[in-house]
Design a protein around this ligand. Structure first.
Ligand code: GDG
Length: 459
């Protein structure tokens, strides 16, 4: 196999543990072939020219990192405007939150074009390219227009919505056409593949050559589900580390008389936080034995605060948690702690282990890695219970979790109560089955499945 080139919006040094499982896994594949990782540097240049940016190269072990700066204008239209103001909400079924400002698409095209130009200058003829996520959908089409003939695969980390939702985007057909410049397109779930199949069948009359093969615009495309997993060993190593153990001990001491319910995510409207807080309020109302006993700890790490919808969400959450605490709180017990800060990755497994129940209840989610990390971090002798939204991609694999409809707050409250009361033997049985799946279909499996399928495509 030729050199692997990974292209993603952000680039991480795979040797730094803070980068997380995906960076570790992609980093390992890059190390094996002495690869290149290309993307935005994260730097925004205030007086930069739109469509231009400096390229920085540096070596991280065997991996070459190549990053490009963005001008303020490009960051506004490509990143905040189109990627996170149009594609993110619509792909998560939130058409109501999309800002279809006509100016954004220009920036999205311009930045993809500029990145493709910079990347093309670094490519070798036998490279294999793996492009990630919604920021970079037109990357292959831009590269092909410059004459690149390398094999190129694309993986979408977020869900693909059904055709009529996708069709609300003014340039939906252009987006889908761009996908046909790839050799392989990977989605998280079978449901996403079904949406793709139904879209290309109804909107562009593509030829369906097989379950995973479509032909349109003179191009044949392979499409398949590759559910992303986590690096279980990396998580286990973190869980055994001093920072994680200290965190667990601190939590167990502080909450020795309580049952901890835990939520961990970037603060995002797709994660169903207001609905989760309301379900918790119902739990306290409907099952008063939890008063003075159940505590919800919500880590809501700051995210995309320059996008309006995120600031509104923060206010809503603060007012909800304030109301719950003042309605139910006692002198020696606060029902909720909502923490708008990042927790260090090394400490996260300790939090997971101290929780009796994890609440992973997004309204829509590509996969959701927190569900898998929670399972991997548990003590198999005394594991916590996973309450999981049926609308997370992970629900296609994690059947032994307690599945809920997060819009149904009464059902969610009832399920949390079930989780709190679950006998040890059932907790162990469910955890064992979940852990087996998380181990079998881990991030290395995911990467290998994708790269094998890409290598098998006809260039
Ligand atoms: C996208 C898709 C898909 C969270 N809070 C903190 C923190 N995290 C870490 C978790 C986990 C990661 O961030 C979040 O991953 P998710 O999968 O839950 O969600 P997204 O960020 O939305 O990711 C998603 C994923 O891509 C992969 O394909 O599963 O559906 O939306 O690893 O542990 N990490 C630290 N502090 C925090 O406070 N250190």
């Amino acid at each position: 196999m030729g050199r692997l080139v990974v292209v993603s919006n952000r680039v991480a040094d795979p040797r730094k543990p803070a980068s997380g499982g995906l960076a570790v896994a992609v980093g390992q594949a890059l190390e094996a072939s002495g690869g290149l990782w290309f993307g935005w540097s994260g730097k925004v240049v205030d007086n930069g020219t739109p469509g231009e940016g400096d390229l920085h190269l540096h070596q991280a072990g065997k991996v070459q990192l190549a990053t490009v700066d963005l001008s303020r204008d490009d960051h506004h239209s490509y990143y905040l405007g189109y990627s996170n103001g149009v594609l993110w909400p619509v792909f998560h079924y939130r058409v109501d939150l999309a800002d279809f400002d006509a100016g954004f698409i220009g920036g999205y095209r311009r930045v993809n074009q500029m990145l493709a130009q910079k990347l093309a200058s670094l490519l070798r003829p036998d490279d294999i390219l793996w492009v990630h996520d919604y920021h970079l959908i037109p990357m292959a089409a831009a590269l092909r227009a410059m004459g690149c003939q390398q094999r190129i695969g694309f993986f979408l980390h977020i869900p693909l919505p059904p055709p009529l939702i996708l069709a609300t985007i003014p340039h939906h057909e252009w987006l889908v056409r761009s996908l046909f410049a790839y050799d392989l397109v990977g989605f998280q779930t079978k449901a996403d593949v079904a949406h793709f199949s139904s879209y290309v069948g109804t909107e562009i009359s593509a030829d369906v050559l097989g379950e995973h093969e479509f032909r349109a615009y003179g191009k044949t495309l392979q499409v398949q589900a590759f559910p992303i997993g986590i690096d279980v060993d990396e998580l286990a190593a973190l869980a055994a580390g001093p920072e994680s153990q200290a965190m667990e001990e601190q939590m167990r001491t502080e909450y020795s008389r309580r049952r901890v319910l835990l939520g961990v995510e970037r603060m995002d409207y797709s994660k169903g936080l207001p609905q989760r807080f309301k379900a918790f309020r119902l739990l306290l109302q409907n099952y008063p034995e939890n008063l003075g006993r159940a505590t919800l700890i919500q880590i809501a790490a700051p995210s995309r605060e320059a996008v309006d919808a995120y600031a509104t969400l923060r206010q809503e959450l603060e007012s909800l948690s304030g109301a719950i605490n003042s309605e139910f709180g006692q002198l020696d017990w606060m029902p909720m702690r909502s923490i708008h800060r990042n927790v260090a990755r090394k400490r996260l497994p300790g939090l997971y282990r101290a929780a009796a129940v994890a609440l992973v209840t997004p309204l829509r989610d590509g996969m959701n890695l927190v569900a898998k990390e929670f399972v991997a971090a548990q003590d198999p002798e005394d594991p916590g219970v996973l309450v999981l939204s049926r609308f997370a991609g992970a629900a296609e694999q994690m059947h032994e979790a307690l599945l809920v409809n997060p819009y149904d707050t009464a059902q969610t409250a009832e399920t949390i109560q079930l989780a709190l009361q679950m006998p040890l033997a059932e907790r162990q049985r469910r955890h064992q089955a979940l852990l087996r799946g998380v181990r079998e279909e881990d991030v290395h499996w995911w990467r290998q499945q994708f790269l094998h399928a890409l290598a098998a495509t006809q260039p």
